[in-house]
Design a binder for this molecule. Sequence first.
Ligand code: F6R
Length: 364
Amino acid sequence: EKGNYRHFMAKEIHEQPEVVGHTLAHYIDMASMRLKPFDWPVDPATLRRLTIIACGTAYMAGLVGKYWIERFARLPVEVDVASEYRYREAPVDPDGLTLVISQSGETADTLASLKYVKERGSKTVGVVNVPDSSIARLTDAAAPTLAGPEIGVASTKAFTCQLAALAALAIALGRARGTVGDEEEGALLAELVATPGLIAEALKLERATEKLAQGIAHARDVLYLGRGTGYPLALEGALKLKELTYIHAEGYAAGELKHGPIALIDPDMPVVVLAPRDAVFEKTVSNMQEVAARGGRIILIGARHAAEEAAVEIERFLAMPDVGANFAPIVYAVPVQLLAYHTAVLMGKDADQPRNLAKSVTVE
Ligand code: F6R
C-alpha cells in the first residue's frame, strides 16, 4: 500500500534509509564494524578481471561498482548491458567471475547473459532483489539487496540497495586481494554505514528539490553532468527523467563536454551538475564554469558552498549534506530521483506507470 504517499515511487524513495541500512547490515557486522565473511565462488586473489552485466538502472549501478572495485580491489572491471553482451561473442574467462545485477531477477537479457557465461565456465555472483527469482537461483553466490518489493516502474530503492551491496562487495574484494588493510576496511565501512543517515538528511531537502524541478519542467532537453562515480549517476539521472517525464535527457562525463556536447549549451537547456566533494570536485566545478561561460542554465546539486566556490551564475542550487568522498552516489541518488519524480508530478505524468514501460522485462 501507498500509505500517505501519492505514488509508490514516492514511498519507495522515502524507504531508502531503512532498506539501504538493511542491505548494509547483511554484509557488515555493525557491532565490530567488520565485513561478514562472503563466500566467493572463485578466490578473488586469482582474478585478472571482473565482468558485470545488467540492464537499465541496474547497469548504472554496475558502472558505479566498477569505480569502487577498481579503486579498492585494484581489479579491472568491464561493465556491459546484457542485450549487447549476450550477442557480441564476448570471450569468457573459464576461471573468471561474472557479476549480474537485477532487481527482478527475471530480466530476459540478463538471464541469457548469465547462462552464456555459465556455459563457458565462469563462476557467477548475483546482486538480486527477488531471492527466489530465476537469476538468483542460477548464480553460484547470492549477494542480495534487501530493498523489499519495488512497485513503482522506475527503480529507486533497488538502485541504492544495489549500490550498497556493490560497495560492500568492492571492499570485500579488496580485503580478499590484499589491497584493503584492516585500518582501511574500518574507515571505508564507517563511511559506508553513515549513508542511510545521510539519505535521511537528503530526503529532508525534498521541498528544495521540488524547486529544482520547476527549472526543468518546461525544458525540451536536459543535460546531466558528473565525473568519477558522479558520471554513472548522471546517466541514471537522465534515464529517470526520460522515463518519467518524456523530456529528452542525456548524461555525460563532464570532462567529455568539450569533445562535442558543449555545442548544445544555450540559454534554454538546463544542465544538471552533480558535484559532491570527492576526488574530482574541482574538475567538475571547472567543467561547470565552462558551461556558465557559454550562457548555460546551471542546476547544481552539490556539496555545501559549491555554488559560492564556483563563482559563476547558478540558476538553482541544492546544497547537499556533507558526505564522505567514496560513497556519495548512494546519497546523491536521492535528489536525482526526487528531481525526476517532482518534474513528472508537475507535468501531470503518471510517476508510477510511465507509458510504454513494464516493471519486469521478461522478453527481449
Ligand atoms: C529504470 C528501470 C529499468 C530496470 C531494468 C532492469 O528505472 O527500472 O531500467 O532497471 O529494466 O531491471 P532488473 O533490475 O529487474 O533486471
